[in-house]
Design a binder for this molecule. Structure first.
Ligand code: GLV
Length: 339
């Protein structure tokens, strides 16, 4: 059998690369910065499989440049950079990495929620700037209670559910809004379903966990921010464009809401002169939701296992287009456009 060729678009954990190198001829993009779309297209010209990150746009043009491509293995759960429908049409399997990163991302959600509630980054900046002159004042640095507060979870996938579990330890009242309702999960975790306007109007913290799709772009805009309580805090660890950042700036600077915490921005990276960065009531981290040693290693290994399984003609452990396995008469991963 001819040797397969694989392109990995960033440096990842070496054990994951070793796994791929046992099965295929492997090329890894060596730079810190990801390949440009043009560089990516060049690399795709001769490969059977590609391991991508959220920075790589796998659109129709990329697939047009990849006549042999059978597998896209994404190192993330979110797939907004991959045109999954187009891949499916061409018989290209798409793998991704749910599960292994849900707990780490929920941990970071809580870190952001608490940092915003208790003004952690703001206080840190203040102390380092030499502004801590007055040892203690009863009326300074007051934040928001996390315990006993109401948390509204928007999108109850694996990450949303992990956030709910953590919130129970803080005796929070839990609301959620999701495409599908799950009475069993509601009972098990004490969650109450709410329509989005009701959730926004009653939550002290609103945490976003929806995938980015055409329907969720600017899901939280001016209208939604206006519905939130003036003391509420918005947390976004999903994708930047889920929130309209201009509207968020207005909401934060005019006090429609108390604060926000973002691990994702629009664009990414956020521009150095973005007005949001001037605001003290914003906590921000650089898209590190799942960035722990153990979770990232597990994510790299899952992405590698997905890719290798695809090369071997086996079922991907986590496949975003499993319908390809059902398509009668077509061999998943054949990579042939069905036009
Ligand atoms: C990271 O952003 C992911 O989607 O897993």
């Amino acid at each position: 059998m001819a040797t397969s060729h694989v392109f990995v678009t960033r440096q990842i954990f070496p054990e994951a690369l070793d796994m791929i190198a046992k099965e295929a001829e492997l090329e890894v993009w060596p730079d810190e910065y990801p390949p440009t779309p043009e560089q990516l297209r060049k690399k795709l010209a001769s490969v059977d499989a590609v391991l991508t990150t959220v920075m790589d746009r796998m659109d129709r043009a990329a697939m047009d440049a990849a006549p042999r491509l059978k597998i896209i293995s994404q190192l993330a759960v979110g797939l907004d950079n991959v045109d999954v429908a187009e891949a499916t049409r061409r018989g290209i399997l798409v793998g991704h990495t749910p599960g292994v990163l849900a707990k780490a991302t929920a941990d970071l959600t809580f870190a952001l929620l608490m940092a915003a509630a208790r003004r952690v980054s703001e206080g840190d900046r203040w102390v380092r700037n030499g502004q801590w002159q007055l040892a203690f004042h009863p009326m300074r640095w007051l934040g928001m209670d996390v315990h006993d507060a109401t948390l509204g979870i928007v999108g109850l996938g694996q990450i949303g559910l992990e956030v709910a579990k953590r919130a129970r330890g803080f005796d929070m009242t839990l609301l959620y809004h999701s495409r599908t309702r799950s009475p069993q999960v509601e009972n098990q975790y004490g969650l109450k379903y709410a329509e989005l306007p009701a959730l926004l109007a009653t939550s002290d913290f609103v945490s976003l966990h929806v995938p980015l799709t055409p329907q969720t772009r600017h899901y939280i805009g001016q209208r939604e921010l206006r519905m939130m309580k003036p003391n509420a805090i918005l947390i976004n660890v999903s994708r930047g464009p889920v929130v309209d950042s201009k509207a968020l700036y207005t909401a934060l600077s005019e006090g429609w809401i108390r604060g926000a915490a973002l691990d994702v921005t629009d664009p990414e990276p956020i521009l150095a002169d973005d007005p949001l960065l001037k605001l003290d009531n914003l906590v921000i981290t650089p898209h590190v939701g799942s960035a722990t040693v153990a979770s990232r290693r597990a994510t790299c290994l899952l992405a590698a296992r997905n890719l290798v399984a695809g090369l071997k003609g086996q079922r991907l452990e986590s496949c975003a287009n499993p319908e390809l396995y059902q398509t009668r008469g077509s061999q998943p991963g054949s990579g042939t456009a069905q036009e």
